[in-house]
Design a protein around this ligand. Structure first.
Ligand SMILES: Cc1cc2nc3c(=O)[nH]c(=O)nc-3n(C[C@H](O)[C@H](O)[C@H](O)COP(=O)(O)O)c2cc1C
Ligand SMILES: Nc1ncnc2c1ncn2[C@@H]1O[C@H](COP(=O)(O)OP(=O)(O)O)[C@@H](O)[C@H]1O
Length: 313
């Protein structure tokens, strides 16, 4: 997959079959559209092209959803799309100027001039251009003039997809790992830098890598204890072996914690990984955080968490 960040330096696409969307989560619904994209491209003897936007358009055009948290960072989305056999991913900078183009200008100056599409695959309710005035009908009316084919993604599929993204965000925030991972088609994951904590973990017999998540847009699971898989990121950007472990997110009431921390204890692991990045795959919610009367009681519960984790991992 070729990734293009500069829309003024795009190659000349061969019979481009294009679809446009944010694809947050790259979930099972998105995969249906992408299947159709790659199939159509094959039939047309052309290249499959996904046009996506960054930052998320809703951050630019809708002040009410400024705080929207995303299932994937841009890098994660790119990585997931890469696995789906698409030829080109075009990451279009979504600016106010871009958002305020007249729909006809967006069609001519952006879609036609930059992509010369053979086919545009689009949802019946897709909107574009200033005040979201552009729609499927407008694309239909220019079909002959610009000579592209148009394929509509039917309502029932789009409804399903819209519901999925919202449902996935809700389920992540509710600790419903079963729904999250089922709709995504893969375990929800995030990354954080391993930072120093209170050094109590090792005394309890459970050292925990405390994670600082850099990307403020990334949605994170609700407070609680989870069974997880995790991989340490290498300097070259690759990942080490997948390890089993358990994660605690919360305020740690037993030790009178005052800020939310995310910490992971890895099984059969002894390395110093301060400063490294850890990717965590959130497999299953185990329980909510509790306040224990003693550290012994906490450790006993963590022993039990480990046993339960090993059963589901
Ligand atoms: C699997 C697991 C479960 C935990 N459950 C709780 C809990 O229910 N209540 C709580 O106060 N702290 C809980 N903790 C947090 C511990 O109190 C924490 O690991 C300890 O304070 C060590 O912190 P440190 O890494 O900053 O040294 C849990 C930690 C882990 C790894
Ligand atoms: N099995 C393990 N799981 C998690 N971290 C480990 C493990 N073994 C060693 N470590 C290292 O120990 C650190 C955690 O020890 P801990 O006493 O909890 O200190 P801190 O309070 O700084 O997190 C981790 O950041 C990591 O570098």
């Amino acid at each position: 997959m070729q990734i293009h960040y500069d829309i003024n330096q795009l190659p000349v696409f061969k019979n481009a079959v294009v679809t446009i969307g944010t694809f947050d989560g790259v979930h099972e619904g998105h995969k249906k559209i992408i299947d159709q994209l790659t199939k159509t491209a094959q039939e047309a003897g052309g290249e499959s092209v996904i046009i996506t936007f960054h930052p998320h358009p809703r951050k630019i055009v809708s002040s009410s959803i400024l705080g929207i948290r995303l299932i994937n960072t841009l890098n994660e989305k790119t990585e997931l799309l890469e696995q789906l056999g698409i030829n080109h991913l075009v990451i279009t900078p979504f600016t106010e100027v871009f958002a305020n183009q007249e729909p006809e200008d967006y069609l001519k100056d952006f879609l036609i001039d930059k992509f010369h599409p053979h086919t545009i695959i689009i949802g019946y309710d897709h909107h574009f251009g200033k005040n979201r005035k552009g729609n499927y009908k407008l694309l239909e009316s220019y079909q002959e003039k610009y000579g592209y084919h148009l394929k509509e993604i039917p309502k029932h599929i789009l409804d399903h997809i819209g519901i999925s993204s919202t449902k996935i965000r809700e389920s992540i925030l509710n600790g419903d790992t079963t729904t999250t991972n089922h709709l995504l088609g893969y375990p929800f994951f995030f990354e954080g830098e391993v930072v120093h904590g209170d050094k109590l973990g090792r005394e309890l017999g459970y050292p925990t890598a405390n994670l600082k998540v850099q990307n403020e847009e990334k949605i994170l699971p609700c407070d609680g204890i989870y069974a997880v898989y995790a991989s340490v990121k290498n300097i070259d950007g690759g990942y080490g072996p997948v390890l089993k472990g358990m994660m605690s997110i919360g305020f740690r009431p037993t030790v009178d914690g005052t800020k939310r921390v995310i910490e992971v204890n890895l099984f059969d692991f002894q390395n110093d990984i301060y400063g490294k990045t850890l990717r965590v795959y959130v497999k299953q919610f185990l329980r909510s955080e509790e306040k224990f009367d003693s550290l012994e009681a906490l450790v006993k519960k963590i022993d039990d968490d480990k046993e339960r984790s090993l059963k589901v991992l």
